[in-house]
Design a protein around this ligand. Structure first.
Ligand SMILES: [Mn+2]
Length: 352
């Protein structure tokens, strides 16, 4: 990894960041673009959006993901060209060896790429980070971190606009970026969705992103098992009105009986926030294979689930959306959570 870092934190894509991008890419033909472990719509969308843009500029980009991604994203333009480190480790190793530049998108720390992190930590290549998560680590020669952004996909769109104008925006880029913004904003309803986000969305639609089809492809393709699993999560929900909190859980047995596939529980945690007066929602999901409990946390208002996940569940994320893990059993994880929830009573009652 290079030293001589430049940390850029900005409201907008300004001239100095852009010229740094141009300088780095001018010197780099081969570029590897990497998203985080368990890639979501924004990770895939931002990486593929940047992939098609760099391709158009004459670079030789390769997109790498640490592991597989959900079926409901396997239609995105270029998804078939993604190298999955879990399945193609030798190929990925060779790519990283011969690349000029490594762009990491939609994550803030090299620990977020699972088993790929050792390769990246030992790499002497120049890194670029584009990300909207809090507290970016300082491994990159150029860190473009903006926590006010709705998504990394929106940032890539701003990069394209600043670099070439919208004239170079293709339908493939637009479709990927639209998907990333849509999924990371809960279909444009989270607070980080701004007027600027909607201006970007307008440009993406003009460039050929078919919003209805994208929405359908991502959300309206549920399997019977998926809806049954959602039914269990809803039926098992526990509500703690005195803490404005609701949580639910899914055991490995629940998952197995509903023929769980990766991505099936995406968005389940958000349902609890539909309850009147609920500001803090969690879902605990058992993973017997890894012997951990995965926890997704959401909030509305100024209660920070990022802080909560950092303090108690080895995780983090954003103020209103975070993830974490617990090493142990499901009941243990929930008991642990319920033990310290009362400490947050004031914060949860004061939060707006
Ligand atoms: Mn994101």
């Amino acid at each position: 990894m290079q030293t001589n870092q430049e940390i850029v934190s900005s409201q907008d894509m300004d001239i100095s960041i852009l010229s740094h991008f141009k300088r780095l890419f001018h010197e780099s033909k081969k570029v590897v673009i990497i998203g985080h472990k368990n890639p979501d719509g924004d990770a895939i969308g931002s990486c593929l959006g940047l992939f098609w843009f760099l391709h158009k500029l004459g670079h030789k980009p390769t997109v790498v993901m640490p592991n597989d991604f959900p079926e409901f994203l396997k239609w995105m333009p270029g998804n078939d060209q993604i190298l999955n480190f879990d399945h193609h480790s030798t190929q990925v190793e060779a790519c990283l060896e011969h690349t000029d530049l490594i762009c990491t998108l939609d994550f803030n720390d090299l620990s977020r790429v699972g088993s790929l992190s050792a390769l990246l930590l030992n790499s002497q290549k120049t890194f670029v980070m584009i990300d909207h998560h809090q507290q970016p680590a300082d491994y990159a020669a150029l860190t473009w971190s903006d926590t006010t952004m709705s998504s990394t996909s929106e940032m890539v769109a701003h990069l394209i606009e600043a670099w070439t104008g919208w004239s170079e925006l293709s339908a493939a880029m637009a479709t990927n970026l639209y998907t990333g913004i849509m999924t990371d904003t809960g279909s444009f309803k989270f607070p980080a969705t701004t007027a600027k986000t909607h201006r970007v969305i307008a440009a993406l639609i003009e460039a050929g992103a078919q919003h209805s089809k994208i929405h359908q492809a991502v959300y309206d393709n549920q399997s019977p098992g998926q809806l049954k699993l959602l039914g269990r999560a809803l039926a098992q929900m526990e509500i703690k009105p005195e803490y404005h909190t609701a949580y639910t859980y899914l055991s490995q047995k629940d998952l197995d009986e509903c023929h769980f596939k990766k991505g099936d529980t995406e968005g389940f945690v958000n349902y609890a926030l539909q309850l009147q007066g609920i500001r803090f929602a969690l879902i605990f999901i058992e993973n017997q294979q890894e012997q951990i409990i995965k926890i997704s946390l959401r909030s509305v208002g100024d209660f920070s689930v990022n802080e909560f996940a950092r303090n108690h569940f080895n995780g983090g994320g954003h103020i209103n959306a975070a993830g974490g893990r617990f090493d142990g059993g499901l009941t243990e994880a929930i008991d642990y959570f319920l033990k310290f929830l009362p400490e947050y009573k004031n914060q949860l009652n004061e939060a707006e």
